[in-house]
Design a protein around this ligand. Structure first.
Ligand SMILES: Nc1ncnc2c1ncn2[C@@H]1O[C@H](COP(=O)(O)OP(=O)(O)OP(=O)(O)O)[C@@H](O)[C@H]1O
Ligand SMILES: [Mg+2]
Length: 578
């Protein structure tokens, strides 16, 4: 699991390697300080005793060499350190960026059944919060971990060299410290997972309530939503507090044992110094190494806990990244020319989120190329579901839908959606962009003339021109700034601009008055020429001029004929609806 996490930083391996080299340089310089300090102190104290035997000039000269040498070294160390920090930051930010792109790419390409199951706020939280935790922990920690590891081992090496006996005493602290670190690491990993979940819970609440502000306001539920959000952040706070307590105990314990160690060092070291087994300079440099090594040990344990944190936050990212997709969007054949014949053969379908409820059971329908037909049926009978299956948002459990004789599952879904089918969804949603960009969403390089033509067919041109900014009028988020009917007409224009072979309109004119609808019908009749047009509607008076009507009921197409013929049977499903 750790390897999988570290692999995310692999593209930064070059930068990180360079950073680690610089890190080793600056650590080597830092670690040489106590050693040279001990030497200087011994030089000073010895020279005081043996003042008569060493000439003044010799002493000054060796001091000058030592000091200027150290100055140069420190400067190099500072430069190396600075460059390392910049490089590490670059690696971290690039990893976060790459992770975000990867996650967003994955979210964009996931099956719709995945989006049925996951709430927007949760996905946003993965994208914004989890990626940062994961990206930063792996890059920053690899470098910090390396430094602490070298500091600790080199420090211990020098200590061994200076005084093996004293070092032996110091090493007693390692096993209990390592044990504590592992225990603490487990707690942290768990808490980190909980934190990320709690944060995503707050995003879920805030994202949904802010997005549906008008509904909240209309029902005057602001205070309840504030309270709900309060609960969610209280949860984050509680977990953070638990994390804080664990951290406090851990770090204070580490510090405490470090200080106890210092006490032991002074006790034993002092005795050794009195017995002249160790010089004062050595004792001082030894204690400095103890501080360094102790710091590195604490660093190593926090390295461990940070990696655990990354692991905790990465679990959810990996479940997303490794989720198999049932409908690969870019694979499959494309047809050179599409005529537009659609056949539904013995179709059985249930939504993946509700597998026990069949929406269709043995549905059959043969729609000849170029036909205009209306789908009617009671609410919830499955009219919109047909459109979703036609767009291959989902695959049926059994049976198949064919286009010009090809099973939809063999066709390239991207091509099908982009080039073949024009779709006006039942609840058209427009983007927070200009009207022009919204109409051109499926054909980004459309000419202004083509956009205007599509808008005219959809009876949208006139009202668009009444806005001061015309086609450049900005639409707000959730289509704020447009009436329901205006929104629908822009959605129709957006579908028509693609010049699709098959046009599917799901209640596309439900928000318009009958007169407006009749106007649009003319434009659409013109647009329908040469296309297969499927109109899903509740307005039965508007179906009479269509070629044919399909009545959907009980998971099947129960009637399929010209409307006046269907009306001749007063017991028929269509007559009943009328
Ligand atoms: N994403 C979904 N996940 C699970 N069930 C769904 C989903 N979408 C629709 N359903 C269910 O499938 C059935 C058919 O829904 P559909 O939207 O196709 O009906 P409809 O005929 O378009 O109704 P209306 O006329 O009200 O728009 C309904 O019972 C509905 O609850
Ligand atoms: Mg519907």
């Amino acid at each position: 699991e750790l390897l999988r996490l570290l692999r995310l930083a692999r593209p930064e391996a070059g930068i990180m390697a360079l950073a680690i080299v610089l890190l080793l340089i600056s650590s080597a310089i830092t670690i040489s300080i106590p050693f040279s300090m001990g030497k200087i102190l011994d030089l000073v104290s010895q020279s005081r005793i043996q003042e008569h035997s060493t000439s003044m000039d010799d002493r000054t000269a060796s001091f000058a060499i030592i000091f200027s040498g150290l100055l140069v070294l420190f400067t190099i160390g500072a430069a190396a350190n600075m460059t390392r920090l910049v490089l590490m930051r670059i690696a971290a930010e690039r990893t976060v960026m790459r992770l975000r792109r990867l996650i967003f790419d994955n979210i964009m390409h996931q099956d719709l059944s995945f989006h049925d199951q996951n709430r927007t706020g949760e996905l946003i939280s993965r994208l914004s919060a989890d990626t940062v935790v994961v990206g930063k922990t792996i890059t920053n920690n690899i470098s910090d971990g390396m430094r602490n590891l070298t500091m600790a081992s080199v420090g211990v090496g020098i200590m061994m060299y200076t005084n093996p006996n004293l070092t032996g005493i110091m090493m007693l602290i390692i096993p209990p410290a390592a044990g504590a670190a592992i225990y603490y690491g487990r707690i942290v990993r768990n808490l980190s997972k909980q934190t990320q979940n709690a944060i995503s819970e707050t995003t879920k609440v805030s994202e949904e309530k802010i997005g549906k502000m008008r509904t909240v306001r209309a029902f005057s539920q602001e205070n309840r939503e504030v309270a709900r959000y309060g609960d969610a952040i209280q949860n984050v706070y509680d977990i953070a507090l638990r994390d804080g307590r664990a951290t406090a105990v851990f770090y204070a314990g580490m510090m405490y044992s470090g200080n106890l160690l210092m006490l032991a060092l002074l006790y034993f070291g002092g005795q050794m110094a009195q017995a002249n087994e160790i010089t004062v300079g050595e004792l001082i440099s030894f204690s400095m190494y103890t501080v360094y090594v102790g710091g590195a040990m604490v660093g190593l344990t926090s390295f461990f806990s940070e990696i655990m944190k990354g692991l905790g936050a990465s679990t959810r990212l990996f479940t997303l990244l490794e989720r198999p997709r049932n409908i690969e969007q870019a694979t499959g054949i494309t047809l050179p020319a599409v005529r537009g014949r659609v056949r539904i053969e013995d179709l059985t379908f249930a939504y993946p989120t509700r597998p026990d409820t069949d929406v269709f059971r043995g549905m059959c329908l043969d729609i000849p190329a170029g036909m205009s037909l209306s789908f009617v049926g009671t609410s919830g009978s499955g009219k919109s579901s047909i459109a979703q299956l036609l767009l291959r948002f989902y695959d049926p459990q059994s049976g198949r839908i064919t286009l010009d004789g090809h099973d939809l599952r063999t066709l390239n879904p991207s091509w099908l959606r982009r080039d073949v089918i024009g779709y006006v969804p039942q609840e058209p949603s427009l983007f927070a962009a200009s009207i022009r960009d919204n109409i051109a969403y499926g054909v980004p390089d459309a000419t202004p003339e083509a956009i205007e033509h599509a808008a005219r067919l959809a009876c949208a041109h006139d009202f668009i021109m009444q806005f001061p900014d015309g086609y450049d009028t900005m639409i707000g988020e959730n289509s704020v700034g447009l009436s329901g009917g205006q929104k629908q007409r822009i959605a129709i224009a957006r579908a028509l601009l693609k010049n699709p072979t098959i046009l599917v309109m799901d209640e596309a004119t439900s928000a318009l008055s009958s007169t407006d609808e009749a106007l649009i019908a003319q434009g659409l009749a013109q647009a329908a020429r040469g296309r297969t047009t499927i109109t899903i509607t509740h307005r039965l008076q508007s179906v009479t001029d269509k070629h044919a009507v399909v009545v959907v009921d009980g998971g099947r197409a129960v009637e399929f004929d010209e409307p006046y013929k269907l009306l001749q049977n007063p017991e028929g499903a269509f007559s009943q609806l009328v």
